[in-house]
Write a protein that binds this ligand. Structure first.
Ligand SMILES: [Zn+2]
Ligand SMILES: [Zn+2]
Length: 281
C-alpha cells in the first residue's frame, strides 16, 4: 500500500473487495458485490454553508466514481430524495433521505427517516423517532473532533441512540481526530462508516464505506446497523487538508452572510440547474 494510504477495517464476518465489482454472468450484469456508500454530503440546497455544486452534479460525480448509494445531509434541512430518485437511478445511485440535524447543539446524521425527523430537537425526541422508525440510521459525524458540534463525551450518555460512528475524510497522517471515534466504536460495539462530509465535489472518493447490502435504503441501513460495513480511507496530504479546511471556513462564513442577507436557498427536492444546463447542449 502506498505511503499515506491506509485501510481501516471494522471487524466484519466477511471479506470485502477494495471496490465494488460488477460481475458479468452469461452476458447479464449482476449487481455490485458490495455498495460504495457516502452518508454525509451537502449540496447547494444547504441553508447553512454556501455550497457550489447542485444535488444532480453530486449524483453525476458519485455515479462516475462507482458509488451505489448516497445520503444528502443538509444542515437542519430535510432532504427528500423523491424529486431526484429517478435521476440517481439512471446513474446507478440509491438516493437516501437525510439531514445533518443539530440536537442540543450536537450534529447527528439522521438517514432514511421521514420528514418529521427535521423537527427533532432533543435526544429524548430522537429516542422516540428511533422507536417509531426502526429502519432509520443515526450516525455521529466528526464525533471527537475539537469542534462544538461534535457529540464528544456526550456519546457515552446517548450511546443507545447512536447506530454508527463516522470516520471523517478530513485528516492527515499526522493530525487525525478520527481515532477517538474508532476507539469509542470498538469499546461500545458500534460500526464505523466512512464519510467525506462533502462540501466540495473534489472530496468525493477519499473516504467511503463498503456495505454488504442490496441497493435499497432500508437494506443499507440494516446492514450498517448489523456491522456489515467496512471503511476505506486515505489520509489527505497536509497541503490539501489545509486548503480544504480554509475553504470550508470560507464557505461557512459565506453561508452566514447569505443568511444575514435573507438569501437562503429555497428548499426543493428537485434541482433544475443540471436540467437547464443540459438543455442548452
Ligand atoms: Zn457537522
Ligand atoms: Zn456536514
Amino acid at each position: 500500500m502506498p505511503a499515506g494510504e491506509y485501510m481501516r477495517i471494522f471487524p466484519s464476518p466477511f471479506s470485502l473487495l477494495p471496490f465494488p465489482i460488477v460481475l458479468s454472468i452469461n452476458g447479464t450484469i449482476a449487481r455490485p458485490a458490495v455498495l460504495k456508500v457516502e452518508l454525509h454530503a451537502h449540496t447547494d440546497l444547504d441553508p447553512a454553508d454556501y455550497i457550489r455544486h447542485s444535488t444532480r452534479e453530486l449524483i453525476e460525480r458519485a455515479g462516475t466514481l462507482g458509488y451505489g448509494a448516497l445520503a444528502i445531509t443538509l444542515h437542519d434541512r430535510y432532504y427528500d430524495p423523491a424529486g431526484d430518485r429517478h435521476y440517481a437511478q439512471e446513474h446507478g445511485i440509491v438516493l437516501m433521505a437525510g439531514i445533518e440535524r443539530s440536537i442540543e447543539g450536537r450534529h447527528l446524521l439522521l438517514v432514511n427517516y421521514p420528514a418529521a425527523c427535521a423537527e427533532v430537537g432533543s435526544f429524548e425526541e430522537l429516542r422516540l423517532l428511533k422507536r417509531r422508525h426502526p429502519t432509520g440510521l443515526v450516525v455521529a459525524p466528526h464525533a471527537f473532533y475539537p469542534i462544538p458540534s461534535a457529540i464528544g463525551t456526550g456519546a457515552a450518555r446517548h450511546a443507545d441512540l447512536i447506530d454508527a460512528l463516522e470516520v471523517n475524510s478530513m485528516y492527515t497522517r499526522w493530525v487525525d481526530f478520527n481515532q477517538g471515534a474508532i476507539a469509542w466504536a470498538r469499546t461500545n460495539g458500534k460500526p464505523v462508516v466512512g464519510n467525506t462530509d462533502l462540501h466540495l465535489l473534489g472530496q468525493l472518493g477519499t473516504t467511503y464505506s463498503l456495505v454488504d447490502a442490496a441497493p435499497d435504503p432500508d437494506a443499507i441501513c440494516a446492514a450498517i446497523r448489523g456491522g456489515r460495513v467496512e471503511v476505506r480511507s486515505t489520509a489527505l496530504p497536509m497541503l490539501r487538508a489545509a486548503w480544504l479546511f480554509g475553504l470550508s471556513l470560507g464557505l461557512g462564513a459565506a453561508g452566514r452572510l447569505r443568511r444575514l442577507a435573507g438569501r437562503e436557498p429555497a428548499a426543493s427536492g428537485q434541482d433544475g440547474s443540471t436540467i437547464r444546463r443540459k438543455a442548452k447542449r
